[in-house]
Design a protein around this ligand. Structure first.
Ligand SMILES: *[C@@H]1O[C@H](CO)[C@@H](O)[C@H](O)[C@H]1NC(C)=O
Ligand SMILES: *[C@@H]1O[C@H](CO)[C@@H](O)[C@H](O)[C@H]1NC(C)=O
Ligand SMILES: *[C@@H]1O[C@H](CO)[C@@H](O)[C@H](O)[C@H]1NC(C)=O
Ligand SMILES: *[C@@H]1O[C@H](CO)[C@@H](O)[C@H](O)[C@H]1NC(C)=O
Ligand SMILES: *[C@@H]1O[C@H](CO)[C@@H](O)[C@H](O)[C@H]1NC(C)=O
Ligand SMILES: *[C@@H]1O[C@H](CO)[C@@H](O)[C@H](O)[C@H]1NC(C)=O
Length: 753
């Protein structure tokens, strides 16, 4: 027997289903209609929550829920059908464990969370982590090549998000103005995917680019363009920072932590050759072996550009020499932290005096155009000794008569730009770059080409994609889910046992004062505004290289936006964050297979509802163990249940739970409870839900939850997440009866968690 929500009549159920799917403008009317059901529902609610052996009320006809047949639902149903149904083996399915097989899963999850919190800068690391992960977990990432292989667990969230953006980019253009931003981003993506054209063009686009910069001594055609002018141009138009890097952010070292003031920050650059720290001499160095690799790479690169062989050695040699000299003064973060080199404030004028070889004002003005930068602007430096050393080195090279004819500084800048644009060139270039990074010890797998194209499209067109994402997620459905989860969370928190009255009222007041908001609703994303923003951006169907240059130039606008906004929404984030009186819920959480507006609510609440509840608890109560004893009690109770049920299968006593595990077990258990309660409340309000595979509502909810990947956790649980369902089912009558495992129920385990 499976459970069913109370169903007065088939007709009423299907009517109610429709009612709850009405548009927003009919809310008020809906309210009126719903209110007429209130007394009936209240009665049913009491009935529903009264423990019974079978939750299907006698005298009510068994009503199969209406199936959801949307394309997204069909995929979800297919995934469900191949997933192991824990209900069929209620006694052993949870014997596996997320932590088993090594800490890899755990550390990966934790690191990812941290990286994502770092925001934009963390993105590169995140992507690196993403690539690492691809090897460890077998995921279906390419639906076109893997149409018949469905994973039995949900793919990880990054993959799902990239896939969702990919679908947006690959969907056909809507009729409308030919030059809308939406069409431009799709055209950008198509030009990136059009590898045939990219192959045909060869090195021609990059040679044109070098001409545009006034040539270079390497080819014998250089017009001796001004150093400061070229540097400003690279920073402004090509987002390339050869000698130092520039970005925008808060002063972490600011005593006033509530201050939103943003500063220009100047740091050592990313070198083209890995820099090694010699901890005996406290100095940075380039490894000889890496220099050799780099030498061979540059010889190949110049060869591809058709540079005569006689000239390549000299210029490559000078490039490597300059790189080594600059790298000497670079140092790792730990060293700089120890020596208090981070967040040093000075004005542009003071910086100019300290490092005169760069025209700082004009470079910064170019980088942040049209934002005004003045001589008295405060900037933050993260390695002043490097900046001073860099300035001296540049002056020395500038005034060295012997070398000035070969323009090594200019060549250095052009080569930095080439490194930047190689991803947009044909496979000959990308292959030698790939070989170079392998030579530097990078063992990462090659990401699929579509994956790169999605990331590139996002770099230049983030706001367009935000808008398209927001349209897709379904504003009403996301809002409803967020509100239901949050109100269920609030009522759950009021039942916690607090250690003292003070932290009790502190937490409850905070929770009460906050509201949830979808990250995209913060920005004024209107289509016309976005179209306007991109009106001057030409995107061509068959010239990926120029499109790529456009996107580099768009990154400058993005940098400027960081200046003006408190927090710029990041499409690749799926960690909620606090922003004044709001909890910012990233739109990237709401993608299939975790969520879809057409999914039965049972699926959305079971998967995303649980994850959302967990993330919010994590955000609001990072320190819960010091404030309440409940987490420890609950986690130990859950663990005791688990030990009892698996008594026969383990020989030695497992180690006691760590505080981190205790917290995670409580988080997961509570989050599942919150989501299930929110779902039941919603069923009562709307009285009905669609279904998949003819599963009853609660069964579908729990089966969906069961698909949550171990990967979604911050800390590894010592058991399969689905075991939490067993615990909840044993403590309530919410679950199908078959869930109960006979050999344990007889033991009369009376403890409730
Ligand atoms: C060199 O060429 C660049 C780009 O064409 C141009 O902007 C610059 O003025 C030229 N410099 C000289 C010294 O001719
Ligand atoms: C290098 O730094 C470490 C720690 O800051 C210090 O103990 C050591 O003496 C330094 N070595 C040299 C050669 O300066
Ligand atoms: C900020 O960092 C500098 C080190 O550069 C240090 O001297 C200063 O005391 C720090 N200020 C605050 C407010 O922590
Ligand atoms: C760049 O401009 C600054 C300020 O005008 C000047 O002092 C410096 O010599 C220039 N650098 C080079 C390498 O020409
Ligand atoms: C890259 O490395 C592979 C394996 O070592 C080699 O077969 C290939 O020829 C290299 N490609 C280029 C362009 O050097
Ligand atoms: C959004 O735009 C409207 C009209 O363009 C403006 O009145 C409103 O202040 C803007 N809101 C934000 C948050 O920028």
């Amino acid at each position: 027997m499976v459970d069913n929500p109370p169903a007065p009549t088939a007709q009423a159920q299907s009517d109610q289903l429709k009612l709850c799917h009405w548009g927003q403008q009919r809310r008020i009317l809906l309210g009126l209609v719903c209110s007429s059901f209130v007394s009936l529902l209240l009665g049913l609610a009491v009935y529903y929550h009264t423990p019974k052996k079978t939750t299907s009320p006698p005298g009510t006809p068994q009503q199969a829920p209406l199936p959801c047949l949307s394309p997204a639902c069909m995929k979800a149903a297919a995934r469900l059908s191949v997933a192991a149904d824990p209900f069929t083996q209620p006694c052993d399915y949870f014997l596996g464990s997320c932590g088993a097989g090594g800490q890899a899963v755990a550390t990966r999850g934790r690191q990812r969370g941290k990286e994502l919190n770092m925001g934009k800068r963390g993105r590169e690391e995140w992507l690196a982590g993403k690539k690492r992960q691809g090897r460890e977990v077998h995921l279906v990432t390419d639906i076109q090549t893997n149409t018949d292989a469905l994973p039995d667990r949900l793919s990880d969230r990054q993959t799902a998000l990239l896939q969702a953006i990919r679908e947006i980019l690959e969907s056909p253009d809507r009729p409308g103005s030919v030059n809308s931003a939406e069409q431009k981003v799709r055209r950008f993506y198509r030009s990136c995917m059009d590898t045939r054209t990219i192959e045909q063009l060869g090195s021609q686009p990059v040679l044109k680019l070098i001409d545009k910069l006034g040539g270079w001594a390497v080819s014998g055609k250089w017009n001796h363009s001004d150093f400061n002018f070229t540097l400003s141009l690279l920073m402004k138009e090509y987002s390339t920072f050869p000698f130092f890097s520039v970005y925008v952010g808060k002063d972490r070292n600011d005593s006033d932590s509530s201050s939103h003031r943003k500063y220009i920050q100047i740091d050592q650059p990313e070198f083209q050759i890995p820099v090694e720290w010699d901890s005996n001499e406290n100095k940075s160095k380039l490894k000889l072996q890496n220099v050799r690799q780099s030498l061979s790479f540059h010889l190949q690169l110049l060869g591809l550009l058709g540079v005569p062989f006689g000239s390549t050695n000299l210029h490559t040699g000078l490039f490597l020499q300059l790189s080594s000299q600059l790298a000497l003064a670079a140092s790792p973060l730990t060293h700089r932290l120890q020596h208090k080199l981070l967040y040093q404030r000075m004005t542009v004028r003071e910086l100019q005096a300290a490092a005169p070889a760069i025209d700082w004002l004009s470079c910064l003005q170019a980088t942040f155009h049209p934002i005004h930068v003045s001589q008295s602007e405060l900037v933050l430096l993260h390695n002043l000794p490097y900046i001073i050393h860099m300035s001296r080195t540049i002056s020395k090279w500038q005034h060295n008569q012997e070398m000035s004819g070969s323009g090594p500084l200019h060549t250095f800048m052009v080569l930095s730009l080439l490194h930047k644009v190689i991803p947009a060139l044909n496979s000959k270039f990308t292959e030698i770059q790939r070989n170079l990074s392998i030579g530097f010890g990078d063992t990462q797998e090659v990401v699929p080409h579509w994956n790169k194209c999605v990331l590139e499209a996002e770099r230049g067109f983030d706001t367009v994609l935000m808008l398209l994402m927001r349209e897709r997620v379904g504003e009403r459905e996301t809002k409803e889910l967020m509100q239901d989860i949050y109100s269920s969370l609030k009522s759950k928190l009021s039942t916690l046992k607090w250690r003292d009255e003070e932290s009790h009222s502190l937490v409850l007041n905070m929770v009460r004062s906050l509201t949830l908001r979808l990250s995209t609703s913060k920005e004024n994303l209107s289509q016309s505004k976005i179209d306007q923003h991109y009106s001057e951006v030409p995107v061509s169907e068959d010239d990926y290289f120029s499109n790529y240059l456009q996107s580099l130039s768009l990154q400058q606008k993005r940098r400027n936006k960081c200046f003006l906004q408190t927090t710029a929404p990041d499409i690749f984030s799926f960690t909620p964050s606090l922003a004044s009186a709001e909890i910012d819920i990233p739109v990237g959480m709401f993608v299939p297979p975790f969520f879809h507006p057409s999914f039965p609510r049972a699926v959305n609440y079971g998967i995303l509802g649980t994850l959302l509840a967990k993330e919010i608890l994590h955000l609001l109560l990072p320190d819960i163990q010091s404030q309440s004893e409940t987490p420890q009690r609950v986690s130990e109770c859950v663990w005791a249940h688990y030990r009892r049920l698996t008594e026969t299968s383990h020989k030695a006593d497992p180690p006691p739970l760590t505080p981190a595990q205790q917290q995670e077990i409580w988080l997961q258990h509570t989050a599942l409870h919150i989501a299930l309660q929110a779902y039941n409340q919603r069923l009562l309000k709307c009285h009905g839900d669609t279904s998949l595979s003819s599963l009853s509502h609660t069964h579908l909810f729990l089966a969906s939850f069961a698909q949550i990947n171990c990967d979604s956790f911050n800390e590894p649980l010592p058991f399969e997440p689905f075991f939490l369902v067993t615990v909840i089912c044993m403590n309530s009558d919410l679950c199908p009866r078959t869930m109960t495992c006979s050999h344990n129920s007889q033991q009369g385990f009376s403890q409730k968690c």
